[in-house]
Design a protein around this ligand. Sequence first.
Ligand code: NAI
Ligand SMILES: O=C(O)C1=N[C@H](C(=O)O)C[C@H](O)C1
Length: 234
Amino acid sequence: MKIALLGYGKMGKTIEKLALEKGHAIVYKSTKESSEGKFEDAEVAIEFSSPEAAVGNISKALEAEIPVVSGTTGWLKQYDEMVNLCEKRNGSFIYASNFSIGVNLFFSINKYVAELLAPWKEYNVSVEEIHHTEKKDAPSGTAITIAEGILNHSDKKEWKLDGDKPGELKISAKREDDVKGTHTVSYDSTIDTISLKHEAHSRDGFALGAIIAAEWLKDRKGVFTMKDVLKIKD
Ligand SMILES: NC(=O)C1=CN([C@@H]2O[C@H](COP(=O)(O)OP(=O)(O)OC[C@H]3O[C@@H](n4cnc5c(N)ncnc54)[C@H](O)[C@@H]3O)[C@@H](O)[C@H]2O)C=CC1
Ligand SMILES: O=C(O)C1=N[C@H](C(=O)O)C[C@H](O)C1
């Protein structure tokens, strides 16, 4: 598979390493400052850039009729715009806040536990995410997906960064040196705490999931999610 990497930072470089090991070719790569290779040679684009650059990068791929996998977080107010563009161009598009298989299983476990705990009002639920200090957005895209999974089964109305008012699901965001991504859901009562935790040990899981998504998307048309790719049913 011939891959274009839109964004060649920590994730772009990890994807390049694993894609080459799997026998794929990188035919184009771009950063904020420069690019190399021929974009039009790509069979699929994998986009991990920055919140400000994501919409431009995804549009560029869809306009060129190249299927695009996007993992950039922090731009989702314009998600519907990208879905509309994909439909207009009869293109192929997957966005996921987290491409790792473990986190996508965690999303389903999270929803199951939220439903199970819903009647037990003595437990107060909250979400915590910890990431490296270079991360631009807070809370993480993954924490937002987790919060949305809880809100469907909760009296709380909305998630809020550091929220502590009734009806707010609190998300705490911490930044520590080289943390790849740790997400914890806690159900606290005066008697005990129930915790669900996912801890990424490296970026390989995110990168591998994005490559699997690109392999799956390459010959399909439409807008998809990682649940489609991994055949996960909630
Ligand atoms: N969905 C997922 O599984 C994951 C998502 N992410 C997200 O991916 C994004 C990138 O993460 P990292 O690689 O760690 O960041 P990074 O800061 O190491 O790399 C970002 C890259 O994007 C490039 N870039 C910026 N503007 C660009 C433009 N207009 N065109 C092309 N390239 C441009 C930068 O030059 C740099 O090469 C972040 O939003 C992060 O939250 C990170 C890990 C996993
Ligand atoms: O910026 C990161 O590094 C990560 N970002 C994603 C997010 O915002 O959820 C996924 C992962 O946790 C790593």
